[in-house]
Design a protein around this ligand. Sequence first.
Ligand code: SF4
Length: 232
Amino acid sequence: MIIGGFQKFSLIDYPGKICAIVFTQGCNFRCPYCHNPELIDPNVSQNSQNITSEDDVFSFLEKRKGKLDAVEITGGEPTLQQGLLEFLKKIKDMGYLAKLDSNGSRPEVIEKIIRLKIVDYLAMDVKAPLEKYQEITCSNINPNKIKKSIELVMNSGLDYEFRTTVIKSQLSEEDIIKIGKLIKGANLYVLQKFIPSKTLNPKFLSEASYSDEEFKYLKAAVESYVVRCLVR
Ligand code: SF4
């Protein structure tokens, strides 16, 4: 895998667990609001200072056994990585819980990961209603792939969450309701506030999320479709 970043400690990224975070390099979407734009380009030199080797990650994890509970793999988009399955298997063999964050664009990889039982928690972005997917992600994604990934995640038997970063100019209340219908029956749906600190498209630095009051209405509008809805 090409690892573009490594965070040794987090209390907030794996629910109820202490985890380390591996950031993979490269993404097939170009969400203008992306807050990790340095991780989008897959063609980063292996010698770049930002790149961490798998050996470094595993030797750190070896030393932290008993102190860390879990490892989160995020991106970029991890399912684009050639060695992802082996990487996850190794994490599991070391006794850690594994969490995978994905944009859902590669259901064939998600299916394998579920079948091999090499992940404990799946977090999938649902970026928009299907008909707006290409516009919101600035990509040519086939929305049927997103639909397929949603079905796989919901039927996986694993802990999971779907989440949407909500930018006022991009997603209306009606759009959020459409997403609710798309993931109807899901255990957990998280509406994420957009915090404009760093973005792929600098114009999005001046974009706004909804207000706290408006988020209450969005949550109320969508929570009847899912088991639990949170604003984060
Ligand atoms: S926000 Fe979009 S562009 Fe950025 S890493 Fe996630 S899926 Fe890729």
